[in-house]
Design a protein around this ligand. Structure first.
Ligand code: PLP
Length: 431
């Protein structure tokens, strides 16, 4: 199995977090997002404990909540004592509604409006990660108007391509995110930040991309960031309290993806940082990392009901499901790989090759192509694994399809974290 929270029971049903997925589909209906809360907490503790053990005091993972945002997840992060990233007033509001301590929130985004900045300051967001010179000026003015000295990090684009998919690589010099290190522009931005009356520069941020399976890209990024920090120090005497190395490690979507030991990779990054700082005569700053998917992806699974099978002789086969790009747009967007199983007969031979197509009026609405599965019949339950990240959070109402509910599984029990959208919900905004 792709993750250790999956198994097959005596009825031949797929189990997830120890619970029978076919029974859960009957109880809650499909499409259905399941989230294994115990697995989420396990990943959070792995990151947190590894960072505490190997990095300077105060080093901490932040959950990049764009991967999966709802009130329940912010409560989990509050209970586990880690920080969060938020990227919009909507995520800020949701975290506040969950009672998350907002001083532990970091507000990101390449274009925060004046309204967004005001909202974040009023919400008590602890740190704003400033993306550009324009934003520095605007935030300084707004913080002044509100009578606040706002903590910030400055986001720098270190000029690294970590060799992931183009749409999820963000640290290269031509990225839309952050101030570039080229031509001393990022040094100049640090000077602007230090001169700002109403801003307190706590340190620097970089994010090189997602789905990184090695420690090396993080080590390269930290090296470039430390070189940058030396330039800033030489010019201004400023030393940052913290350095944020960005998004978390990769996730295993299919068998061919490597299994990674997050604690071991974190220790490798920590050791490299220590050495890099020594060489440059720098104190090791507090380190922040921002895992999103690696905290929640394999804690998620989506269940669908099969509507039927279409065989096109000499061409291909389709399996139709009752969800699709509305609940999981990642294949349509990035051709993302996923592992699928027929939850109703999880041990049956996988002797049928098919493309799994969603219900939307869109040829590109596919979940996966050319997968081997037992040939299903209408009414059987199909499971797509590792859907805990960027599925619910990217879901849409295209074709006026309601979003599925999110059911949390914990210690053998299930509870609804987000209820299913109703037809009334779909018309709720219409005049
Ligand atoms: C998306 C993002 C993350 C999280 O990336 P994952 O691949 O989900 O770990 C972290 N930090 C920033 C700035 C991001 O944009």
């Amino acid at each position: 199995m792709i993750c250790d929270n999956l198994s097959v029971n005596e009825k031949g049903h797929l189990t997830f977090a120890g619970q029978d997925t076919v029974l859960l589909a009957e109880q809650y209906g499909t499409p259905l997002y399941l989230m294994d809360e115990d697995k989420i907490r396990e990943h959070v503790r792995t990151y947190r404990d590894a960072m505490v053990a190997t990095m300077p005091a105060g080093s901490m993972p932040e959950f990049a909540s764009k991967a999966f945002s709802c009130k329940h997840i912010y409560r989990i992060m509050a209970e586990e004592g880690i920080d969060i990233d938020v990227v919009s007033p909507g995520e800020i509001y949701t975290a506040m509604q969950a009672g998350f301590p907002m001083e532990k929130a970091f507000f990101h985004g390449n274009n925060k409006t004046d309204e967004d900045l005001r909202f974040a300051i009023r919400a008590g967001v602890g740190t704003i990660v400033v993306d550009s010179e324009d934003e520095l000026t605007a935030l300084d003015r707004i913080a002044g108007e509100l009578g606040v000295k706002q903590n910030i990090l400055l986001r720098v684009a270190p000029g690294i391509d970590p060799h992931t998919h183009k749409k999820i690589s963000t640290g290269s010099v031509d990225s839309k995110f952050g101030v570039t290190v080229l031509d001393g522009l990022a040094v100049k931005a640090a000077e602007t930040a230090l001169a700002a009356q109403n801003l307190v520069l706590k340190g620097f941020h970089c994010h090189i991309g997602s789905q990184i399976f090695e420690s090396q890209p993080f080590i390269t990024a930290s090296e470039m960031m430390l070189d940058y920090i030396v330039q800033v120090r030489d010019k201004t005497d400023y030393l940052p309290e913290m350095l944020n190395l960005g998004g978390g490690f990769g996730v295993r979507y299919v068998e061919s993806d490597p299994v990674i030991d997050y604690a071991e990779k974190i220790a490798e990054v920590a050791a490299a940082l220590q050495a890099q700082c020594e060489v440059r005569g720098l104190p090791v700053p507090k380190i922040l990392m921002e895992p999103g998917r690696s905290l929640v992806a394999d804690a998620g699974l989506t269940l669908y009901t099969v509507g039927g099978v279409k065989e096109i002789p000499g061409y291909k086969n389709y399996i139709a499901i009752d969800g699709g790009m509305t609940d999981n747009p990642r294949y349509t967007l990035y051709e993302s790989a996923y592992t699928l199983a027929l939850a109703s007969r999880a041990n049956a031979p996988k002797d049928f090759v098919a493309t799994v197509g969603g219900r939307c009026c869109e040829s590109g609405d596919l979940i996966q192509e050319n997968v081997s599965l037992p040939k299903p019949v209408r009414g059987e339950i199909l499971a797509v694994m590792t859907t805990g990240a960027y599925n619910y959070s990217m879901a849409s109402n295209y074709n006026r399809v309601g979003r599925p509910p999110v059911v949390m599984l914990k210690g053998g029990k299930s509870t609804v974290a987000v209820r299913r959208e109703t037809l009334e919900d779909l018309c709720a905004l219409d005049k």
